[in-house]
Design a protein around this ligand. Structure first.
Ligand code: AHG
Ligand code: MN
Ligand code: MN
Length: 346
């Protein structure tokens, strides 16, 4: 049995030791998120069982409806972050407005954005889901925190990551010093370092996109995806297809094995489907730190200045070569059609 392990707590503290000016607050904030991840993981693991038990007791007990897991995940994260004095304001996929920390708690120097449960349609079919988070230093000078604290371009993130609830639970994060992965050992309740300094392959094996939207994409996107199929071998080698429908799980597989994930705009989702602040930007920070890249098709995700908390963006992310191929294809098409939107089927 291995007796020397690195817990996430020790790893975070060791990294921080290299910066004498660090106060330890960001480390503790990451640790708060790890705790929320453990609580959510436990709830997800029990979800099926809770249903079985719930239906058996339905007639006698309170009659309370089973709380939806994305609501539960949202409450869990808020509870783990509100009282610590490290956060001034939060933003969540599950809530319309920003969430300043309640008056009774001290307001700290960080703003945190999160997608509490990503891929939640996969819960009922027992497939991988995740929690995505993004952390900024506040820009407001005092008080509870404002909308300006959460509307910052991704390039200003001080940390980002996700917890994936898959066949095992993993936490993957970056503070701008590479991407590191930890697996939860449920027997001791600790995240243990399993993948220090993840570097994604420059050329990927997989492409991941919801092809049922093919007919609604603009022509450049259609061409690029045809290239990924292997229809344009002079431009790019064909890839294998993988798509789960959970951004966290699709991104994680491609990060490790190499690949490209795309959610382009289409005639139904004219600005794309995914959210900039708590889906695209944190994943883009991770991708770049792992030597991959992330664009909205042509422009760097991390440079986008957000205007709204729930703003959407097209997303093309993963292995650098493949993301570059898509951008080149779109640029060529744009020149040919001089920028006109063409949603025609090839
Ligand atoms: P969420 O469950 O947080 O609403 O996110 C779902 C997202 C994302 O995880 C995934 O990449 C995408 O929706 C899948 O969309 P399609 O079902 O349209 O392919
Ligand atoms: Mn999501
Ligand atoms: Mn969600």
């Amino acid at each position: 049995m291995q007796t020397s392990v690195t817990t996430i707590e020790r790893f975070i503290l060791d990294q921080e030791d290299r910066y004498p000016e660090a106060t330890g607050e960001l480390s503790n904030l990451l640790y708060d998120i790890a705790l929320a991840g453990k609580i959510i993981a436990a709830a997800i693991r029990r979800a099926g069982i809770a249903n079985i038990l719930g239906s058996a007791e339905a007639q006698n007990v309170q009659g309370e409806e089973q709380q939806k897991l994305d609501v539960l995940a949202n409450e869990t994260i808020k509870n783990c972050l509100s009282h610590t004095g490290r956060v001034c304001v939060m933003g969540s996929e599950e809530e319309e407005d920003i969430i300043p920390v309640p008056q009774e708690f001290e307001a700290g120097k960080y703003a945190v954005l999160f997608d509490p449960l990503d891929g939640s349609s996969n819960i009922d079919v027992n497939c991988a889901v995740g929690t995505i988070f993004s952390i900024y230093r506040r820009v407001s000078l005092e008080g509870r925190g404002t909308v300006a604290d959460v509307l910052q371009p991704g390039v200003r993130q001080v940390a980002a990551g996700y917890v994936m609830y898959g066949s095992s639970t993993m936490m993957v994060y970056t503070t701008g010093q590479g991407v590191h992965g930890f697996t939860l050992d449920p027997t001791i309740g600790e995240f243990l370092l399993c993948a220090p300094r993840i570097v994604t392959p420059r050329v990927g094996r997989y492409y991941s996109v919801n092809e049922s939207n093919f007919g609604r994409w603009e022509r450049g996107v259609q061409l690029a995806v045809r290239g990924l199929h292997g229809d344009r071998p002079d431009e790019i080698r064909g890839k294998n297809s993988r798509y789960i429908g959970s951004l966290v799980a699709d991104f994680h597989r491609n990060l490790i094995a190499g690949g490209i994930f795309m959610y382009p705009a289409d005639t139904k989702n004219t600005r794309g489907k995914l959210r900039l602040l708590y889906e695209a930007a944190p994943m883009a920070f991770l991708a770049e730190q792992a030597e991959g890249s992330a664009t909205d098709g042509m422009n760097r995700i991390l440079d986008i200045q957000p205007a709204h908390l729930h703003q959407r963006t097209p997303l093309v992310i993963g292995s650098r070569h493949d993301v570059g191929y898509v951008a080149d294809t779109l640029r060529r098409m744009q020149i040919r059609t001089s920028g006109a939107y063409t949603a025609s089927v090839l």
